[in-house]
Design a protein around this ligand. Structure first.
Ligand code: XMP
Length: 325
C-alpha cells in the first residue's frame, strides 16, 4: 500500500488507546486464527489486558487439517488465558446436508455460527458474569463486499463475519473496521504476531464449504483437506507462498474419467485457484511456471484418493471472484 508505516502505527495505537479509555467490562471475541481475528485479539489484549477478554474458537468442521488444534496452541503461546473451544462440526454438517445453493450455504453457516457462538456466550456469561462488548475482526473490504458500508456498493456475497452484528445487547467493537489487509498485517507485525501468522493467506469465514462446490459432505471435505494441505506445502517449499495472495484447491461437483495404473477411474476434478491481489477487491490469476504446476498436479492425483484430474483457473476478478462460491 501507499500509506506510510508510521501512519498505520499511529492509527492503531490511537485505536488501542481509545479502547483502553472506553471499554469498561467484559469483551467477547470469536477467533478463527486468521490475521484479522488474531490482530483484533492482540489489540484488545494491549488495550484492556487479558482478564476481561474472552476468546471463543468454534470448530465448524469446515476448517483445514488440524486447524483448530493449531489455533488453540497459538492463542496459548500469545498469552491468552480465557480461551474457550466449541466443536460444532457435526451440527454444521447436518445443517448443510442436501444444500447446494451458494448463498443458502453461506446463510446456514452464518446462522449456525451465530447460534453456536451465542449459546457459548450465554453459558460463559452465567459463569463469569455478563458480557458488555462483542469484538469482531471485520476489516474494511469485508464491509464493502457485504454491502455494509452504507456506500452504494452492491452486495456480492454475504460474508459471515459481518452477520455477527446480529447479537443483541452487546456493544460492537471493531478496531480494524477501517483498515485494508496489508495494513492489518503491518499492525499484526507491530504487535508481535509471529511472521508466519502475519503472512498467512486469507481464509474465508465459511471455510472449505465454499470450496466444496455444491453439497458439502464429509467425504468431499476429507478430499479437499488433503488437497489443501498438499497445495500449501508445495507453495511453501517452492518459496511461492508469500509471493501470492491466495493459493488453494477447489473441489468441483463433477467426476471425470481417467486412467490410474492401467485401470479406468471415475473420480473428482480439482480446480486450482492462485491469485495476486492488493486488497481482494480485484485479483489476477498468477502465471505460475509450468513445471511447478506439473509437479503439484502430479502430487494431487497421486496422493489424494478420489481425484484424477486437476484444472488451473485462468480468470481474473472481475469477472470471477476469488472463491468459487
Ligand atoms: P471473493 O470470493 O468475494 O473473496 O472474491 C474476496 C476475499 O474474501 C475472502 N472471503 C471471505 N472472507 N468471510 C471472510 O472472512 C467470508 O465469508 C468470505 N468469503 C470470501 C476470500 O477468500 C478472498 O480473500
Amino acid at each position: 500500500g501507499l500509506t506510510p508505516n508510521w501512519f498505520i502505527e499511529d492509527e492503531a495505537m490511537h485505536i488501542i488507546e481509545e479502547m483502553r479509555k472506553n471499554i469498561k467490562g467484559k469483551v467477547l471475541l470469536a477467533v478463527s486464527g486468521g490475521v484479522d481475528s488474531l490482530t483484533t485479539a492482540l489489540m484488545l489484549q494491549k488495550a484492556i489486558g487479558g482478564e476481561n477478554l474472552y476468546l471463543i474458537h468454534v470448530n465448524t468442521g469446515l476448517l483445514r487439517e488440524n486447524e483448530s488444534e493449531r489455533v488453540l496452541e497459538i492463542l496459548k503461546k500469545l498469552g491468552f488465558t480465557n480461551v474457550h473451544y466449541v466443536d460444532a462440526s457435526k451440527l454444521f454438517l447436518e445443517r448443510l446436508r442436501g444444500v447446494t445453493d451458494p448463498e443458502e450455504k453461506r446463510r446456514i453457516i452464518a446462522k449456525t455460527f451465530a447460534e453456536v457462538f451465542k449459546d457459548k456466550a450465554l453459558q460463559l456469561s452465567h459463569t463469569v458474569g455478563g458480557f458488555k462488548y462483542l469484538a469482531q475482526g471485520t476489516i474494511y473490504p469485508d464491509r464493502v463486499e457485504s454491502g455494509a458500508t452504507g456506500k452504494a456498493t452492491a452486495k456480492i456475497k454475504s460474508h459471515h463475519n459481518v452477520v455477527m452484528e446480529a447479537i443483541p445487547g452487546l456493544e460492537l467493537v471493531e478496531p480494524l473496521a477501517e483498515f485494508y489487509k496489508d495494513e492489518v498485517r503491518r499492525i499484526a507485525e507491530i504487535l508481535g504476531l509471529p511472521e508466519e501468522l502475519v503472512k498467512q493467506h486469507p481464509f474465508p469465514g465459511p471455510g472449505l464449504a465454499v470450496r466444496v462446490l455444491g453439497e458439502v459432505t464429509e467425504e468431499k471435505l476429507k478430499i479437499l483437506r488433503k488437497a489443501t494441505m498438499i497445495v500449501e506445502e508445495e507453495f511453501r517449499k517452492a518459496g511461492l507462498y508469500e509471493k501470492v495472495w491466495q493459493a488453494f484447491p477447489v473441489l468441483l461437483p463433477v467426476k471425470s474419467v481417467g486412467v490410474k495404473g492401467d485401470v479406468r477411474s471415475y473420480e473428482y476434478v480439482l480446480a486450482l485457484r492462485v491469485v495476486e491481489s492488493e486488497d481482494a477487491m480485484t485479483a489476477s490469476f498468477v502465471k505460475l511456471p509450468w513445471d511447478f504446476l506439473e509437479k503439484l498436479a502430479e502430487r494431487l492425483v497421486n496422493e489424494v484418493d478420489g481425484v484424477n484430474r486437476v484444472l488451473y483457473d485462468i480468470t481474473h476478478k472481475p469477472p470471477a471472484t476469488i472463491e468459487f462460491e
